[in-house]
Design a protein around this ligand. Sequence first.
Ligand SMILES: Nc1ncnc2c1ncn2[C@@H]1O[C@H](COP(=O)(O)OP(=O)(O)O)[C@@H](O)[C@H]1O
Ligand SMILES: [Mg+2]
Length: 254
Amino acid sequence: MALLRVERVSKRFGGLDALRDVTFSVHERQIKALIGPNGAGKTTLFNLVSGAARPSDGHLYLNDVELSGRTPHEICRMGVGRTFQHSLLFDDMSLLENVEVGRYSRTNAGVLASVLTLPRHRREERATEEAALGALRRVGMDHKADEPAGNLPMGERHLLEIARALASEPQLLLLDEPAAGLNEEETDRLGDTVRTIRSQGVTVLLVEHDMNFVMEISDEVVVLDYGKKIAEGSPLLIQDNEEVIKAYLGEELE
Ligand SMILES: Nc1ncnc2c1ncn2[C@@H]1O[C@H](COP(=O)(O)OP(=O)(O)O)[C@@H](O)[C@H]1O
Ligand SMILES: [Mg+2]
């Protein structure tokens, strides 16, 4: 069954069509990639799925339940977690605290607000800590739980953001450019982590420019160009698609 269905979705910003009539599905336990040149509409699509923005047209469904019109908080509770292209970690706070903050909200603004409202009751605190530690364990970073986030190299910062997104136990995890700025070793570790998370039953939709990473990790790829879906299929098919090569891969693979 399709976990996420995106049906004929459009998003307009004034005169600009950031997304035009986009349709695709993500099946349970798939790792699916969304690729395309800068400005293609990838982050906008994530914003629609996570409730940060509303579609101008079309529908989005999670497990056949309509998402459009719901708040980010509701969508988070329905099982969608995300990381952001531009991260918001608190360098002076520990890894554990950074993840705990993620349990309370999934929007950037919400993360800030939730720092001020971390639980004040012991029992609630304990449950939050257990969940946060569990999320850190899933990305292999629980042994660093008490270290400040500011000490982490880039690769582990990205893993920490994934842990934060995992803290509310999403069914669908959206990763916006998780490999950006990572070296080869860090990218390999990211790939292993994403595969582990999938093996635990989480479905992954990721936006990424690192084509080696995309082609290696994805079951299927959707290609956007100027807000339109121009191709969808297995990594092998996508790499041979003329239109995709012209729009995007030509320059990326050089
Ligand atoms: N909040 C917004 N207001 C106006 N234009 C926007 C907004 N968000 C995105 N856009 C525009 O929509 C297009 C798609 O942007 P985006 O989804 O960020 O692309 P991508 O993530 O694929 O690089 C771009 O032209 C961008 O400038
Ligand atoms: Mg983007």
